[in-house]
Design a protein around this ligand. Structure first.
Ligand SMILES: C[S@@+](CC[C@H](N)C(=O)[O-])C[C@H]1O[C@@H](n2cnc3c(N)ncnc32)[C@H](O)[C@@H]1O
Length: 284
């Protein structure tokens, strides 16, 4: 199966993967050739610093230097800015893997809900440290295609070390990818941290890049479902009010209605792990 998934913006950069995978993703010069083929040098050197206080229950070593979290200094917006998100996730690096003790089960459920088969084409937006890229790649086999997209070059670099998949630097609200190219789109704990006004844009992008019979699977922090998770979320919101950067910008969402408005038929499951509630949404 040839890949013509990438758009041709020129300024979008792809990074890291084998020559064969890039050739698959390139097909007909879809991305700027030299950058795509030899993209290993396109990301900045590793600038990660140790994580501090970002995940509940973890005593961490050094504080993250203060980041100007808000769009307008001194004014509380509903989430963090793009530049803050980029800085936070660049710095978090592999420490983000620690979130697995809260998120692992929901992501496992989401991966199962993708119902992957050999030869399929899968897009993951918000690849994080790249753990799922390798699993997705394995599931679609050598004739399938897995593409990863993320805003943070630090995260793309980590993913590059863990998976042999084409990666691109891009924003979920404006994906550098062609329409109707993917059988599956997967995104976990990403919409939680973008501005509410951008969520319909992101959902429209997911719909656009999916084939008409494609499937979208999303995972987000959500509202509590039992006493323990309600208490957990109450505490989370308190910290969030004080400093959303400490929580990676993530706040609880309930996205089923928005997903329906974006044209999907939706199934919703809630998974609670150590009091941390996640919603897994399957849109077809
Ligand atoms: C909370 S992490 C989740 C990572 C991964 N999906 C996981 O479950 O471990 C959010 C990820 O989304 C990326 N991200 C944040 N804002 C983004 C945006 N506007 N467009 C694309 N990726 C974004 C971050 O760089 C980070 O890798």
């Amino acid at each position: 199966m040839g890949s013509d998934a990438f758009d041709t913006p020129g300024k979008e950069r792809t990074t890291g993967t084998s020559r064969r995978q890039f050739l698959k993703a390139l097909n007909a010069g879809a991305v700027a050739g030299p950058i795509a083929l030899f993209g290993r040098g396109s990301a900045k050197p590793d600038t990660h610093v140790p994580l501090s206080g970002t995940f509940p229950g973890k005593k961490l070593t050094r504080p993250i230097p203060r980041i100007d979290c808000l769009e307008v200094p001194g004014m509380r917006t509903e989430t963090i800015s793009r530049s803050a998100a980029r800085q936070i996730y660049d710095r978090l690096g592999a420490s983000l893997d620690r979130a697995d003790v809260f998120e692992g089960r929901a992501k496992a459920r989401a991966l199962a809900a993708l119902s992957l088969a050999p030869r399929q084409r899968v897009l993951q937006v918000g690849v994080g440290t790249g753990t799922e890229q390798a699993a997705l790649r394995h599931a679609v086999g050598p004739d399938g295609l897995v593409v990863g997209c993320d805003l943070s070059r630090g995260m793309l670099q980590l993913t590059r070390q863990r998976a042999d998949t084409p990666l691109c630097e891009g924003d979920v609200a404006r994906l550098p990818l062609r329409s109707q190219r993917f059988d599956r789109v997967f995104s976990a704990y990403l919409l939680d941290l973008i501005p509410l006004a951008d969520i319909p844009l992101a959902l429209a992008e997911f719909r656009r890049v999916l084939r008409p019979d494609g499937r979208l699977v999303l995972v987000s922090l959500t509202e509590g479902a039992d006493l323990a998770s309600r208490l957990f979320v109450a505490g989370w919101k308190l910290v969030y009010q004080l400093d959303p950067c400490r929580l990676g910008g993530c706040r609880p969402l309930q996205l089923a209605d928005l997903l329906e408005r974006a044209g999907f038929i939706v199934q919703r499951h809630v998974v609670v792990q150590r009091g941390f509630p996640s919603e897994v949404l399957v849109g077809t």
